[in-house]
Design a protein around this ligand. Structure first.
Ligand SMILES: NC(=O)c1ccc[n+]([C@@H]2O[C@H](COP(=O)([O-])OP(=O)(O)OC[C@H]3O[C@@H](n4cnc5c(N)ncnc54)[C@H](O)[C@@H]3O)[C@@H](O)[C@H]2O)c1
Ligand code: SF4
Length: 147
């Protein structure tokens, strides 16, 4: 199994990586910008990507290379005092909450369960459940318009 841990040089992330490596669960990659994390905390068996999470293109590139099946997202600015003293630091881009209604697992809507909040929704999505389709070796998505 391929696993990506963001913040894998930090406190929680590095212990998470160590536990995954020790368990033999699979290949581990770490994404971290070392803003607070430490290089020596990165498990030597992990593949390191020194990348800023806020750089969408760079993150997409890491995901393309690491091809994770599981992502543990632990990269964060976690100093509460800083977030209170300087809240704008955490808002480097405007906050854009997802619009639309989350699907109820007990009573999912017809079609694609995400169609009420997907920005790429088409008519077909409202009535047809997309099948799980392999779009590349080892990568499957359930979406009518995966590209
Ligand atoms: N430490 C705790 O006791 C605790 C308890 C509950 C929840 N948490 C949560 O767990 C998460 C991790 O906390 P932690 O204690 O390991 O913090 P940490 O500061 O030790 O680790 C955060 C890691 O994320 C990296 N990082 C930060 N911003 C980044 C960015 N923009 N791009 C890439 N990497 C970035 C840092 O370099 C660091 O390695 C946080 O969300 C925190 O709120 C921590
Ligand atoms: S099928 Fe794909 S494009 Fe259509 S609503 Fe679902 S996720 Fe969005």
């Amino acid at each position: 199994m391929r696993i990506l841990v963001t913040g894998g040089a930090g406190f929680i992330g590095s212990h998470t990586v160590d536990a995954i490596v020790a368990s033999g669960a699979g290949e581990v990659s770490v994404l971290d910008n070392f803003s607070t994390g430490k290089r020596h905390q990165v498990n030597p068996k992990a593949t390191l990507y020194e990348t800023d999470l806020r750089d969408a293109a760079a993150v997409a590139s890491v995901v393309e290379k690491a091809r994770p099946e599981i992502i543990f997202h632990l990269a964060a600015q976690m100093d509460v005092r800083r977030s209170v003293a300087d809240p704008v630091f955490e808002r480097t881009r405007p906050y854009q909450p997802l619009a639309g209604e989350p699907p109820s697992p007990a009573n999912p809507p017809p079609g694609c369960p995400f169609h009420r909040r997907c920005p790429r929704v088409q008519d077909r999505c409202r009535s047809e459940l997309p099948p799980l389709t392999e779009i590349a070796p080892g990568r499957a998505v359930a979406c009518h318009y995966p590209h």
